[in-house]
Design a protein around this ligand. Sequence first.
Ligand SMILES: Cc1cc2nc3c(=O)[nH]c(=O)nc-3n(C[C@H](O)[C@H](O)[C@H](O)COP(=O)(O)O)c2cc1C
Length: 168
Amino acid sequence: MNVGTTIIKCRHSVRKFKPAPVEENVIRDALECARSAPTAMNLQPWLFGLVKDRALLSRIADLTDHGKFISDAAVCFAIFGEKRAKYYLEDCCAATENLILALQSYGVGSCWVAGEKKGYAEEVRNLLGVPATYTLVSLVPAGYPADISLQKKKDTDEITFTDTYKAG
Ligand SMILES: Cc1cc2nc3c(=O)[nH]c(=O)nc-3n(C[C@H](O)[C@H](O)[C@H](O)COP(=O)(O)O)c2cc1C
């Protein structure tokens, strides 16, 4: 058994949270993992917001279309990308997944909530006072899970090929 891959395979989106706070050392370590992600030309074109204020969490939740559960999260990470970096989207997505997996390794559940392609991206940025040179890439509400639903995944053989692709 491999601890790293087990953590990855055990991750599921969590949208119902217990009221318990997430410990500071866990948040700090998760942020360290986020900033350890690979980035094109090592630009690290990101800014990580940490929202704990309950009124702010509710306001972010209200702005989203499919993130109303953000209001019940212990904390919500807001990942912003620096727009002038060509690959900010890929870089910030890598950081987002690192963050989510780090939280998972501590038993903290979370859910990736869409950012950049949503109409609320600018509203969230303004709400948090982030400069316009950045854009919201993702929101990651997190907390200890109160409920987890398991989604079916495609089989490995169905979605992989070796060397050249053969249809059917
Ligand atoms: C780019 C991206 C955007 C997502 N946006 C939302 C969202 O707005 N609201 C939500 O509830 N889940 C969102 N999700 C989570 C997906 O719904 C979830 O990952 C998918 O259903 C698979 O479930 P799993 O994470 O448990 O494997 C998003 C995931 C990704 C990668």
